[in-house]
Ligand binder design. Structure first.
Ligand SMILES: O=C(O)[C@@H](O)[C@@H](O)[C@H](O)[C@H](O)CO
Ligand SMILES: [Mg+2]
Length: 402
């Protein structure tokens, strides 16, 4: 089964997505997500200019060999652009292999380890009471786990709060929107949000929170401690993770579980974190962490250290990633939770998919492959629209981590 064509499709049904479609000489095709929010064209070029020409004629069944060929063969290993491109190829090839076998991808991975996939939704509000109401609304929709983010008094453009729309879409302008970050205001505020959420919604609902890399390790340790009475499912990305050892300090001070890794693209990004049991959930996902091939290695390493998966699933990952991730989630033995932000109707129309939501859980469906397709005619109606992620500055004007 030889690769005949490898084409990149860039479309913007409300937000930008980059998709790789690989066709074989036997008529079976597969698709992979190559979206890197705010840097889409870099991956599109990497694939079109450097990867597609060297894929033609290769045996599509040799997924592992093609992964190694692209990883070792680039010489310049790792990095988000390279690894997103490799992820797209890998996802498309797994799609092809499962379609050729006439099986849903999870069967090929080893079969279902559970009946359905627990997901968490995103509730956010301009202030505490609006966030309390939003969490209540998600509960009434059946969600068992909910991420809560709130506007902070005196902080302009706090992370995770939608501007009047249902979906939080941070990449909102061709030049980055400048937001202001006030650590003191946040640290004083965040425990109050969770105290009020527990008071309003009781002890059972799982509550999650994303700090989005904003704190220093010692600040994160203090916040984790302050959160303890409110039993969070996790606090996410408390501090940037280039320095994996920094998490030792956070770990010494708090039992609030830690989730990390949506920006990771390599197993090496999380080796110390896993081996020293410095985190509880690993958020690497199919689109940015080397596809199914590397993600299952990361999950296996994590499993040795009681770390469970919590794949990234924001709307800047296309339905193709969501579909592939759900097959992975249904199989992976040390599954924890899956992030789920609904895509818009326009996006769902461009990417018809077999997965479905019911009562707080998702299921990938039984269609052969990963169960997600692309409607190229519809995709062509939505041209690329340049958008970048915001940046953050401290109150004195210094650049900070968005
Ligand atoms: O946990 C999350 O979903 C976020 O951290 C993401 O929405 C992140 O901000 C985006 O993926 C950035 O593109
Ligand atoms: Mg996050």
């Amino acid at each position: 089964m030889k690769i005949k064509t490898a084409r990149v499709i860039v479309t913007c049904p409300g937000r930008n997505f980059v998709t790789l479609k690989i066709e074989t000489d036997e008529g079976v095709y597969g698709i992979g997500d190559a979206t890197l929010n705010g840097r889409e064209k870099a991956v599109a070029s990497y694939l079109e200019d450097h990867v597609a020409p060297i894929l033609i004629g290769r045996d599509a069944r040799r997924i592992e060999d093609i992964w190694q060929f692209l990883y070792r063969g680039a010489y310049w290993r790792r990095g988000p652009v390279t690894m997103t491109a490799i992820s797209a190829v890998d996802t498309a090839l797994w799609d092809i292999k499962a379609k050729a076998a006439g099986m849903p991808l999870y069967q090929l991975l080893g079969g279902a380890s559970r009946d359905r996939v627990l997901v968490y939704g995103h509730a956010n509000g301009a202030d505490i009471e609006a966030t309390v109401d939003e969490v209540g609304r998600y509960m009434s929709l059946g969600y068992k786990a909910i991420r809560a983010q709130s506007g902070i008094p005196g902080v302009k453009g706090a992370y995770g709060v939608a501007r009047g729309k249902m979906y939080y879409e941070p990449a909102d302008a061709a030049a980055p929107t400048e937001t202001v970050w006030d650590t003191t205001a946040y640290l004083n505020f965040a425990p109050k949000l969770f105290e009020r959420l527990r008071e309003a919604h009781g002890p059972v609902i799982e509550l999650l929170h994303d700090i989005h890399h904003r704190l220093t390790p010692i600040e994160a340790a203090r916040l984790g401690k302050a959160f303890e009475p409110f039993r969070l499912f996790w606090m996410e990305d408390p501090t940037p993770a280039e320095n994996q050892e920094a998490f030792r300090l956070i770990r010494q001070h708090t039992v609030t579980p830690i989730a990390l890794g949506e920006v990771f693209n390599s197993i090496h990004d999380c080796r110390t974190l896993l081996e020293e049991q410095l985190i509880d959930y690993i958020r690497a996902t199919v689109a940015h962490a080397g596809g199914i091939t590397q993600l299952r290695r990361i999950a296996d390493l994590a499993g040795l250290y009681h770390v469970r998966t919590g794949c990234h699933g924001a709307t800047d990952l296309s339905p193709v990633t969501m579909g592939a991730a759900l097959h992975f989630d249904l199989w992976v033995p040390n599954f924890g939770i899956q992030e789920y932000m609904m895509h818009t109707e326009e996006t769902d129309a461009v990417f018809p998919h077999a997965y479905s939501f019911d009562d707080g859980y998702l299921h990938p469906g039984e269609a052969p492959g990963h169960g997600v397709d692309i409607d190229e005619k519809r995709a062509a109606k939505h041209p690329y629209d340049p958008k970048q992620l915001p940046v953050a500055r401290l109150t004195d004007g210094s650049m900070w981590n968005w």
